[in-house]
Design a protein. Sequence first.
Length: 296
Amino acid sequence: MDSDFVYSFTQSKLTMFAAALLLLLLLAGSFATQLSPYNPFDTTAFDLLDSELPPAWESEGDPRFTLGTDIQGRDVLSLILYGLRVSLIVGVISVFCSMLLGVSLGVISGYVGGKTDALIMRVADAMLSFPTIMFALLVSGAARGIFPQDMHGDIAVYIIIFSITLTGWMQYARTVRGSTLLEGNKEYVQAAKVMGSSTARIMFQHILPNVVSPVLVIATLHLALAVLTEATLSFLGVGMPPNQPSLGTLINEGNQYLFSGQWWVVAFPSLTLVLIALSVNLVGDWLRDALNPKLR
């Protein structure tokens, strides 16, 4: 509790608020089944007579539906909780896979060098030249063309995770490669070579623990980008199917009725998405400063 890391966290009220908000959203998504008033997948739980109800504080609102209902009579709050869980699962898993792939390739590239380094970095440079959304759309479209139509709903989440993973590993690889180049010439690496340690052990047991600090910052900021990418793909109709609601699909469905007066169907999922991205970015900015010895 006396460390500089904890002290810098407790001295930033904005960071504490962002971390508390992020924790609240993570818990809400994790326990969506227990917290949601209704099950949006249970067709017997909603009635078409309850469709298009405004939030409970409006004059025509119903106390049973705090944030109103959509055109099918589904509770918007329950949809947001279930959609939040899907978006966070996709974001966390895709960030982990991107980090695992990027860090591994970055360590190998920086330590081995030569043609291996040139090949990995040229592939990373080529992929960085493509916009993230466009490349994700390309991968998603290709996967949907390869697999049969009846499988799209079952494998949609895996396609999105794969798409985001392929568009996010480059930053990890470039950052870790630069740090590995600096660490590779230090005394502890030379000592490990003299002791007869294998190349793999030197890379992943000796060098890797000393290059992970910037990776944590990138992963935190990448989480917000991954959630936004999933929402964008779902909004464009190539992400999660309508029967597996995410924040992107909810915004896409609500956007169709925005100008008919049903503002709550799109407003609250959009606000949730903004809160996720904002809280993650604020925590990531603080983490970047807290892990930088020069700024401490």
